[in-house]
Design a protein around this ligand. Structure first.
Ligand code: HOZ
Length: 427
């Protein structure tokens, strides 16, 4: 096999893989240009197939909270691999990671491991429907819960509305069961609940939205969802695939003090290997097969390598939590202040959002609390910013609707370099 640079690899990939990529955002569709094919990564840096190095703020979309190729994680994976990579049978390590999850996630008494965040959200929805005997659920415009049929529904304009398929292949009958409200709009959820509450199995929410950029919940929003679920007998499901162990060692629910019924996890929980989790109280979780009737399964669920990486990462996050999370917050703040001042000095209107080490940058004067407001950001300016930064060796997500991530491996110097790069951009 010949290995070539980014462009040649992309040309070959386009003939072999739809769009040349195995997950669409990677194709640079919204910014144009050639995706960087990554050869290796270490700490805060990634290297592409043209031999160029970048300071990376994507961090595999979140899992690399300690930085790339952290020695503790690599050691755990390698030590585990020599004893076999998959058995289709339970292992001691699965018990160990379940204990860690139950200890760290405030609402969890039991955990079921899956192979991805998408699987976790699909399973959590089935569980909520199975327990309540109801069919509909509510999600928020601009929130993303993986690519299960029921979740691929976009809101129409305006307030809450019935769902329509946003992807061919999602049957309308399925989409019609998904109700959509604007993020942070409690009144819209209340009216959906008034109209359909007796058939709403669950409200699914990213407690800090990370898929329309980074948009935190306004005060009272999550508490209001909790109260509405209690009033109407629906399950509150926090999709913490992005926020889980990122915004605090106890996830967003620990940071914000609102307890969901069910929680989905991914990304950090697998230490950068494929893994998802559904967790919650025993009385709900025991409805999963084989104790309960709600079927859920997977040959590679609880895969030894993913579990080993997850244990190594969660153990470190738990043991050193006060120093890790305060350093992450300081680095996040440094990034925010230095990028803000660089953009201000260029008189570029922007709005910053940050929860610890997760951030969102919108090129707009408007306050951004939901998807429609996020969509007012200047897309062309984002494209110029993205490519200008990439050119200068700084990788951010190739879409303005994605969050950015600072890791423990980002040094103060790394961040200073990125601010200087913004100062030198001609936007
Ligand atoms: N779902 C990710 C964006 N929120 C993209 C994953 C990927 O392309 O690897």
């Amino acid at each position: 096999m010949t290995t070539n640079g980014n462009q040649e690899l992309f040309n070959r990939a386009l003939h072999l893989i739809p769009g040349g990529v195995n997950s669409p955002v990677r194709a640079f569709g919204s910014v144009g240009g050639t995706p960087r094919f990554i050869k290796k990564a270490k700490g805060s840096r990634i290297h592409d197939e043209d031999g160029k190095e970048y300071i990376d703020f994507v961090g595999s979309w979140g899992p690399m909270i300690l930085g790339h190729a952290h020695p503790d994680i690599l050691e755990a994976i390698m030590k585990t691999a020599v004893n076999g990579t998959s058995f289709g049978a339970p292992t001691a390590a699965e018990v160990e990671i379940a204990e860690l999850i139950v200890d760290m996630v405030p609402s969890a008494e039991m955990a079921r491991l899956t192979s991805s965040g998408t699987e976790a959200t699909m399973s959590a929805l089935r569980l909520a429907r199975g327990i309540t005997g109801r069919s509909r659920f509510i999600k928020f415009e601009g929130c993303y819960h993986g690519h299960g049929d029921s979740f691929l529904v976009a809101a129409g304009s305006g307030a809450a509305t019935h769902g329509h398929p946003s992807s061919p292949g999602v049957p309308e009958a399925t989409a019609n069961l998904t109700l959509v409200a604007p993020f942070n709009d409690l009144a819209a959820v209340e009216s959906l609940m008034t109209a359909h509450g007796d058939d709403v199995a669950a409200i699914f929410v990213e407690p800090g939205a990370g898929n329309m950029g980074c948009v935190p919940p306004v005060p009272g929003f999550l508490e209001g969802l909790r109260a509405l679920c209690d009033k109407h007998g629906a399950m509150l499901v926090f999709d913490e695939v992005m926020t889980g162990f990122r915004v605090s060692p106890n996830c967003a629910q620990g940071l914000l003090g609102v307890k969901p019924d069910l929680t989905t996890l991914g990304k950090i929980v697998g230490g950068g290997m494929p893994m998802g989790v559904v967790c919650g109280p025993r009385e709900l979780m025991e409805n999963f097969s084989p104790t309960g009737a709600v079927y859920q399964a997977g040959t590679l669920s609880g895969n030894p390598l993913s579990v080993a990486a997850g244990i190594a990462l969660l153990t470190k996050l738990r043991e050193d939590s006060s120093s890790i999370y305060s350093t992450l917050d300081q680095r996040g703040q440094q990034l925010q202040e230095s990028w803000k001042s660089a953009l201000d000095s260029q008189q570029i209107p922007h709005s910053w959002h940050r929860v610890g080490s997760m951030f969102g940058l919108f090129f707009t004067d408007n306050t951004v609390t939901n998807f429609k407001e996020a969509a007012t950001a200047d897309e062309d300016l984002f494209k110029r910013f993205f490519h200008g930064m990439l050119e200068k060796g700084i990788a951010i997500a190739p879409s303005s609707y994605e969050a950015g991530f600072v890791s423990l491996a980002h040094s103060e110097e790394d961040i200073a370099i990125t601010a200087e790069a913004i100062n030198a951009l001609e936007l």
